[in-house]
Design a protein around this ligand. Sequence first.
Ligand code: HEC
Length: 206
Amino acid sequence: MRVRFLTTTAAIASGVIVTTVLVQSLSPTSAQTETKSRYLPEYTADGDLILPKNFHEWVYVGSPLTPNALNGGKAGFPEFHNVYIEPGSYEIYKKTYEFPEGTIFFKELQLTLPGENPDGSRTEPSGRGYFPGPWNGADVTVKDSKRYADTGGWGYYNFNHHEPKAPTAKVKAKSECAFCHIASAKKDEVWTQFYPLLDIGMPQIK
Ligand code: HEC
């Protein structure tokens, strides 16, 4: 069991992380101290953010939905907003209730299947409502208090509002993204009020 864990980690992680994991795995109390290796943000030489890898395997926290029918026929983002947090960061957040440096949130937009009813809904065997269809681009936030000091410690990126997602993205100005998160998101620019898994005070993580 221990051998398999070490092999997998070595194959996927960077050198620095491997060292950390090895030390933790070999210590006598490894069962208590083992932590997940983290996927940290990667940048191009120009400082653009590289599209995070394997986000579909991250921890899923929620899917806000703002359909066209409830927004004057034309919502800015009529898709499901499927939100994921990088799993190693989530492990730390569960213990500290603070988002650690390097935390990444991935919000993938996912179109609803074409509507059959005037409000854009469909009738499926489970009932009338909105059902997930093709993916449609992504927004990403990254915590780095120094790099993004001007926007409260988080960087904001758009990887297209269509598929395929862009391979890299440039950081967005405060007036495009951060201002709204700073004004109304519940915790550290993150809308934890919509994600019970992350909302302190909820029974899940009291
Ligand atoms: C007018 C307000 C507003 C603006 C501007 C805005 N957001 Fe958000 N953002 C929200 C709200 C509200 C949510 C949560 C509910 C939802 O998704 O509808 C959210 C959620 C997110 C999430 C999921 C993680 C989290 O913090 O909850 C990401 C990632 C994100 N936004 C990125 C961006 C990016 C990148 C931009 C700029 C291109 C941007 N946002 C601009 C209001 C805003």
